[in-house]
Design a protein. Structure first.
Length: 115
């Protein structure tokens, strides 16, 4: 599995930086965002380090599919049965601040749309 010793998410996955984990398996970790933008704001992070969807191969495609399935399965346990948003920022101009692929699970309130 690929990791980056300077990546904050790789350090969280390795247990070097504490986080409020809500789920973990052999492929991914889900934890509470330390700067939540909504009442419920979780980050789903693959344990393998890669920055973007453009770095996908068959193995990573399958991993991302399993991650999205797990996000959907976990959402109701956080009271998100009425709806939620899943976001993956890709690149600096899109707001990606950590160059490690991750999904934001946002909800717990009515979410608007801004241009």
């Amino acid at each position: 599995m690929t990791t980056d010793k300077d990546c904050i998410f790789c350090k969280i996955v390795a247990g070097e930086i504490p986080s409020a984990k809500v789920y973990e398996d052999g492929e991914m970790v889900v934890f509470k965002d330390i700067h939540p933008l909504t009442k419920i704001h979780l980050l789903a992070v693959p344990k393998e380090h890669f920055a973007a969807l453009s770095e996908m191969d068959e193995k990573r495609e399958a991993l991302v599919g399993r991650m999205l399935g797990k996000i959907g399965a976990l959402a109701p346990s956080f009271g998100l049965s009425e709806g939620y948003r899943v976001v993956a920022n890709q690149g600096i101009s899109a707001g990606q601040t950590v160059p490690h692929l991750h999904f934001h699970l946002l909800g717990g309130e009515t979410l608007g749309w801004e241009k």
